[in-house]
Design a protein around this ligand. Structure first.
Ligand code: C2E
Ligand code: CA
Ligand code: CA
Length: 414
């Protein structure tokens, strides 16, 4: 900080620029965890030497904590010079690491860059913004660098705001489950529904899940939130027992990240006790099967053993591997909206949808068409063996009380 402040006071007069590189070693925790802290310390010393070797004589290299380094480049003619230094650092780190008589894998780092005075006029701002740019570099897949920009700042501010909003919402009851009807194509009756989460921003109103679910997955917040969703859906199912809605089955969405939660199965087991398990369905996308295949299949099979049914969500958008259908005891396939959109006019979409339906039928699975918006689409589906549709043609996702009313109305009960 002293050095940066000194450069600031010097450059204020001469109106010249200087650059800051905020460098964070990728996966350093792994080294400490797998090789021990003694090796971790030695690696840090080794990295320090590599950094000193990569910069120029007047540049400043400092370690500001943990595996974070700050490098100050007090003078440069044009931005290319900064990129050259960054590249030299990457090259230096990329060589296999020799410590004592052992050779370890090479190291990578993520770097964020700020330039005085454009990206900040005091040391704190310059460092904070360099940290933000570093975070962006990590997000881009590590072993990367990124310059700070104002728009980056806005994105980060928005993320911080959303994280706070989510944490408050969980405490203050500002998350709500909405329900979208699923309609039996033959009888036109509502038979089940999908629970979809909404966040109520006290200032802005309803926030759709695309705005917060990806962030919740990234930060791990999806785990407590997912637990709340499971509890809440089961509570709602329970509230419908002994009413006209007692036969309504509720689907909840569980994302791949939630499977990393060791408690997921325990949570489901604990709450499913309160209801008839066949009233709960879990929608999974293929992404759940893309990592930790064996462990996730084990959990999925346990969920299924509890009497809960399984739906394969967004079918057709990913790899749509048929082997998943064989390996996992799904009950239902949900054909993604993108195939339904043009089903009235597009010969190829028709062919594809017909093919999915016939494979599903061959395997004894039921089929739900997602995102049905027009009578024409429904008419086409009536000519197939698809049993259920979901979409704005019947209704958007609704708050619980409105869903209950629509159910009664649609099913001729009031
Ligand atoms: P999804 O699971 O594929 O959910 C269906 C989405 O399609 C919902 O958007 C629904 O409102 C929308 N939709 C249904 N019918 C139509 C239609 O006819 N036309 C159009 N244009 N859209 C239709 P929503 O509620 O915004 O949810 C988006 C995604 O967010 C969901 O996609 C799901 O991946 C995720 N999500 C929502 N709720 C939860 C949740 O409770 N847990 C988890 N893990 N993810 C959730
Ligand atoms: Ca879904
Ligand atoms: Ca879907």
């Amino acid at each position: 900080m002293e050095k940066i402040n000194w450069f600031i006071s010097k450059n204020k007069r001469s109106k010249s620029r200087f650059a800051i590189i905020f460098l964070d070693i990728d996966n350093f925790k792994n080294i400490n965890d797998t090789k021990g802290h003694d090796i971790g310390d030695k690696v840090l010393i080794h990295i320090s030497k590599l950094l000193l070797g990569a910069v120029r004589e007047n540049d400043v290299v400092s370690r500001i904590g943990g595996d974070e380094f700050v490098i100050v480049l007090p003078e440069f003619e044009d931005d290319m010079v900064i990129i050259e230094v960054v590249q030299r650092i990457k090259d230096a780190l990329s060589k296999p690491l020799k410590l004592d008589s052992n050779i370890y894998d090479s190291i990578t780092a993520s770097m964020g860059l700020t330039i005085y005075p454009k990206d900040g006029e005091d040391a704190t701002t310059l460092l904070k913004n360099a940290d933000i740019a570093m975070y962006k570099a990590k997000e881009l897949g590590k072993n990367n660098y990124h310059f700070f920009t104002d728009s980056l700042n806005e994105i980060i501010q928005e993320k911080v705001h959303m994280q706070k909003l989510m944490a408050n919402a969980l405490e203050n009851g500002n998350f709500k489950l909405f329900f979208q009807p699923k309609v039996d194509i033959k009888t036109s009756k509502i038979v089940s529904c999908e629970a979809l989460i909404r966040l109520i921003d006290p200032k802005e109103g309803l926030v759709p899940p695309v705005k917060f679910i990806p962030l919740a997955e990234e930060s791990g917040f999806i785990i407590p939130l997912g637990e709340w969703i499971i509890k809440e859906a089961i509570r709602d199912i329970k509230s419908w027992s002994n009413t006209s809605l007692s036969k309504v089955k509720v689907s909840i969405n569980i994302s791949a990240v939630q499977f990393r939660d060791k408690k997921l199965l325990e949570t489901i087991k604990e709450y499913i006790e309160y209801i008839d398990a066949s009233k709960l369905d879990i929608e999974l996308t293929e992404s759940v099967l893309m990592s930790n295949f064996d462990e996730n299949i084990r959990i999925i099979n346990k969920i299924k053993e509890l009497g809960i049914s399984l739906s394969l969500d967004d079918f057709g958008t990913g790899y749509s591997s048929l082997s998943y259908l064989k390996k996992i005891p799904f009950d239902t396939i949900k054909i993604d909206k993108s195939f339904i959109d043009d089903i009235e006019y597009d010969k190829q979409e028709k062919l594809f949808v017909n093919m999915i339906i016939s494979i599903a039928k061959e395997l004894g699975l039921s089929v739900v068409a997602e995102g049905v918006e027009t009578k024409g689409q429904l008419k086409y589906l009536k000519g197939t063996e698809c049993e259920i549709y979901q979409g704005f043609l019947c209704s958007k996702p609704l708050p619980k009380e409105e869903f209950e009313k629509l159910f009664l109305l649609y099913n001729g009960m009031i």
